[in-house]
Design a binder for this molecule. Structure first.
Ligand code: RTP
Length: 149
C-alpha cells in the first residue's frame, strides 16, 4: 500500500450525461484528495498521445473520434493505493462486466461509451498527469484526512 496519484478523466459521454459531479463525489467521499481538476477540449493530437499504447488496435480511430466529440473533465486524485482502487471504483473496461456498484457498472452498457478513464499503473499515471497537467498540481493539507488514515 502506498500513497499515489492517479489520473481520472470523465469522457465526453460522462460530461454530456451530467455525471461529473457524481464521479467527483465518489472519489471525494471515499477519502481521496483532489489535487488537480480541469475541463478541456484537448483535440485529436493530444488524445492520440494519451492513447498512444492503443494505436495499433482496430478500435483506435473510433476511440479517438469518441474522445474528441466534446469536452472532458480531467482530475488527479491522491491517496493510499489511488491507482488500483481508482480502477476498482471505475469498474471493468466493458461495463457489462463491471460490478454494478462501480461507476461504469452503474452508468454504462457499452465499451465504446464507458464514461470515464483511470490510469492503469503508477508509471502510466505519472505520464498522464504530466501530459494533462504540465503546469503542475495543487498541494494542500486538511485535518479531515486524519479521519481517513
Ligand atoms: P481507459 O484507458 O479509457 O481507462 O480504459 P481501460 O484502461 O479500461 O481500457 P483500454 O484497453 O486501455 O481501452 C481504452 C478505451 O478504449 C475503448 N475500447 N473500445 N471497441 C472495443 O473493443 C474497445 N476496447 C476498448 C474503451 O473506451 C476503453 O476505455
Amino acid at each position: 500500500m502506498s500513497t499515489e496519484q492517479t489520473y481520472i478523466m470523465v469522457k465526453p459521454d460522462g460530461v454530456q450525461r451530467g455525471l461529473v459531479g457524481d464521479i467527483i463525489s465518489r472519489f471525494e467521499k471515499r477519502g481521496y484528495k483532489l489535487v488537480g481538476l480541469k475541463m478541456a477540449t484537448p483535440g485529436k493530437d493530444h488524445l492520440e498521445k494519451h492513447y498512444a499504447d492503443l494505436s495499433s488496435k482496430a478500435f483506435f480511430p473510433g476511440l479517438i473520434s469518441y474522445m474528441n466529440s466534446g469536452p472532458v473533465v480531467g482530475m488527479v486524485w491522491e491517496g493510499r493505493d489511488a491507482v488500483k482502487t481508482g480502477r476498482v471504483m471505475l469498474g471493468a473496461t466493458d461495463p457489462l462486466k463491471s460490478d454494478p456498484g462501480s461507476i461504469r457498472g452503474a452508468y454504462a452498457l457499452e465499451v465504446g461509451r464507458n464514461v470515464c478513464h483511470g490510469s492503469d499503473t503508477v508509471e502510466n499515471a505519472q505520464k498522464e498527469i504530466k501530459l494533462w497537467f504540465p503546469e503542475g498540481l495543487n498541494s494542500w493539507t486538511s485535518a479531515a484526512y486524519n479521519w481517513v488514515y
